[in-house]
Design a protein around this ligand. Structure first.
Ligand SMILES: [Zn+2]
Length: 232
């Protein structure tokens, strides 16, 4: 069995964390930025390891203090690194200034469209605004990965190339809607993630997803992830 963690973060010892995960069957991972300060490090790690897909972006919690030229830097890095994708970006009504988040997200989405790179999004209690934005770019949208999907039904019905990534949250009894969504989501749209600096946590996600969806197997999810992050 091989697995790909579609959403992890830089911890203080990424190499060790990834080596442990590799020993446990994790073939690769998508390493997401939260701040501009992470970008160079992520690009360096992804360049030196073909099993790591690097993602650069500004997390919605950290949009209030960004360098003035962040978007130029993002374009330069995407231009110079054809396998680099975008993440983690998005909207979160529970945290910070939504109007600033929206401004940064729209600018990032336009860059993703310009370079045709997949985009890893964080969306918490903000699907109304998120879907309105995505709808306005509908015909141009790249692949969109919904990280730690919360089970929103409007998102599942949205007609675009959306992928739904399930985190260990799926086993939490407080998140019934997440589990219900898994029963309905198309097989070729399912991804798994650790949502952590402990990449090995992705094994919890895959175990629970496969338990709840006996019609799919680990290879299906692996192939979905390859298509989005490593061949796409
Ligand atoms: Zn994250």
């Amino acid at each position: 069995m091989k697995y790909i963690d579609s959403h992890c973060h830089l911890g203080c010892g990424f190499d060790d964390a990834f080596a442990r995960a590799r020993d446990a069957g994790v073939w690769g991972c998508v390493l997401n930025a939260t701040k501009c300060d992470d970008w160079d490090n992520i690009v360096r790690i992804a360049k030196s390891n073909q099993n790591v897909c690097g993602a650069i972006g500004i997390h919605p919690w950290y949009v209030e203090s960004v360098p003035i030229n962040w978007n130029d830097n993002m374009r330069i890095l995407l231009h110079d690194n054809p396998h680099l994708i975008i993440g983690e970006v998005g909207l979160d009504k529970t945290h910070g200034d939504l109007s600033v988040q929206e401004k940064i997200f729209v600018q990032t989405l336009e860059i993703a469209i310009q370079f045709n790179r997949a985009i890893n999004i964080h969306c918490v209690h903000a699907w109304d605004i998120m879907l309105k934005i995505l709808k306005s770019y509908r015909t141009d949208l790249p692949k969109i990965v919904v990280h730690s999907f919360d089970g929103n039904t409007a998102a599942m019905r949205f007609d675009a190339d959306l992928y739904f990534s399930y985190s260990p949250l799926i086993a939490n009894s407080q998140f019934k809607r997440v589990r219900e969504s898994l029963a309905m989501v198309q097989c070729d749209k399912i991804l798994i993630e650790s949502d952590s600096v402990n990449i090995i946590d992705v094994l919890k996600s895959v175990r629970d997803v496969l338990k709840m969806r006996p019609d799919i197997n680990a290879d299906d999810i692996f192939n979905n992830s390859m298509g989005v992050f490593f061949n796409g």
